[in-house]
Design a protein around this ligand. Structure first.
Ligand code: GAP
Length: 456
């Protein structure tokens, strides 16, 4: 049985996946901390993404850029002028909302608020008496545009320094470095640049757990190509985004594309991949045909040429970019929502289990001595050997049944039990999380056995 959002949040908190940010001080809205299990899951997803996009694609390169960039970058990118949400406040209960979300929710998705101007959104709220989701009255302030950039200050005093921004996306670091990568890697078009890193947005509307945060991580991939090949690659990256989510164990019927009706004026095509969260379908990835807009703007604002010299034709031009942007935290949330459930067993018992695919599971295997007193030395020895290759849990407290359940609850695919026979025959039992079947195998075969399960 699938879990509700409240149950998922409680599970993440109680088992060590995700904690509320600065919790002992009452938290900070829309900020979250990853715990010991969450950080393992996060690293595993990053690794899977890096392998798919950077490692396994020919002509593909990774970078890691500074979070703080020259503020002119954000003028060129358009974020300073127009990276904003249309906000309204409820005059009755003072709660704050995004007008476009109020309209989409009220119309149950029938009205695409992306296509409405600010005035049209105001009209819609008024004429339809759209109620405040909190106090149910319909009395909103006029809509105003709220810029999402986080600003900070560099320098000794406010007066002598420079106003700078925390980056709201990682993409611009890839754009401003495109010629550095091209030159040093001697790359020819088409080629790709990937980056994983933090991004910051001053999101002030409620966030559905980690779905909308003020500080989050993106995995962004920019594919630089000739104009004329851009449409073909756009379709290719649309497919790649779905493949990536399928490879994390997300079933196809919980994924769908959402083509944008309203495009940024420079964009040729844009699409989201959406996942069916317990709170509804929502975006986990964006695919954009950004044309040569970003690089052209950087050329204009920096005064430096952003042209590529084609070694075959000797032509100079600014390449087109197909962007494939993943929210790492949303990928994590999708994996957690998809895998955590209550499962009724044949004997009528119910167990809590996370069916995370073994490759992504925080712990690959748990080492469990049946009896602490006589068997823990051998169990520690096995733990030490396995932990050279895998992330391994060790647990010697409580009944073996309870220990199995604890590992099921956090998604550990395999449990190795050390019993008295282990001391005599150098064998252990190994239990599979999903089938709950047990095999008896030699200790010397453990590493291959685990590798087979992880790489299945
Ligand atoms: N460079 C393009 C770009 O940043 P975006 O659609 O604004 O495009 C890309 O963001 C992805 O980043 C989204 O699909 C989403 O997964 C993630 N994302 C955006 N805002 C977020 C937030 N406030 N919290 C968590 N993830 C977010």
């Amino acid at each position: 049985m699938a879990k509700t959002m409240d149950e998922i949040v409680a599970h993440c908190k109680n088992t060590g996946f995700i904690f509320a940010g600065s919790e002992i001080y009452g938290g900070l809205a829309n900020s979250w901390d990853y715990g010991p299990l969450g950080v393992e899951l996060k690293n595993n997803i990053k690794k899977l993404w890096w392998e798919k996009f950077v490692q396994r694609r020919e002509n593909s390169y990774g970078i890691d850029c500074a979070i703080l960039m020259n503020p002119r970058v954000w003028e060129a990118s358009g974020h300073v002028a127009s990276f904003s949400d249309p906000l309204v406040d409820c005059k009755e209960c003072k709660a704050r909302f995004r007008a476009d979300n109020l309209i989409s929710d009220f119309s149950k998705g029938e009205v695409n608020a992306d296509l409405l101007t600010k005035e049209e959104m105001s009209d819609y709220l008024e004429k339809n008496h759209v109620p405040c989701p909190i106090c149910k009255k319909s009395n909103f302030t006029p809509i105003r545009e709220f810029n999402l950039l986080f600003q900070t200050h560099r320098g000794v005093t406010k007066e002598s320094g420079l106003d700078i921004y925390l980056r709201p996306e990682t993409a611009q670091g890839e754009y401003v470095n495109f010629l550095n990568v091209q030159r040093t890697m001697r790359a020819k078009l088409p080629f790709g640049i990937g980056q994983i890193g933090k991004a910051f947005r001053n999101e002030i509307t409620p966030g559905n757990f980690t779905f909308r945060q003020i500080e989050f991580e993106q995995m962004e991939y920019q594919w630089l190509c000739h104009e004329g090949q851009d449409e073909k690659y756009y379709e290719e990256f649309k497919k790649a985004s779905k493949e990536f989510f399928l490879s994390m164990g997300i079933p196809e019927d919980k994924l769908r594309y959402h083509d944008h009706d309203k495009l940024a004026f420079y964009a040729k095509a844009a699409c989201d991949l959406q996942y069916k969260f317990p709170f509804g379908w929502d975006e986990v990835n964006g695919i954009h045909n950004r044309t040569n807009y970003d690089l052209t703007r950087h050329q204009e604002f920096s005064g430096k040429s952003m042209e590529y010299l084609d070694p075959v034709t000797n032509e100079k031009f600014i390449p087109y970019i197909i962007e494939n942007s993943y929210g790492l935290d949303r990928a994590i949330l999708a994996v957690i929502c998809n895998s955590y459930e209550s499962e009724e067993l044949k004997n009528g018992e119910v167990r809590e289990v996370m069916h995370i695919i073994p490759k992504l599971a925080p712990f690959k295997v748990a080492v469990l001595p049946l009896v602490k007193k006589d068997l823990s030395d051998k169990a520690h020895e096995i733990f030490e050997n396995l932990s050279k290759d895998f992330r391994v849990a060790y647990d010697e407290t409580g009944s073996i049944g309870k220990r199995y359940r604890r590992q099921d609850q956090i998604g550990t695919p395999l449990c190795v039990t050390i019993d008295y026979e282990t001391l005599e025959t150098q064998t252990v039992t190994i239990r599979d999380r999903d089938s709950m079947k047990q095999d008896r195998i030699k200790i010397s075969e453990l590493k291959d056995y685990i590798n087979n399960i992880i790489n299945k």
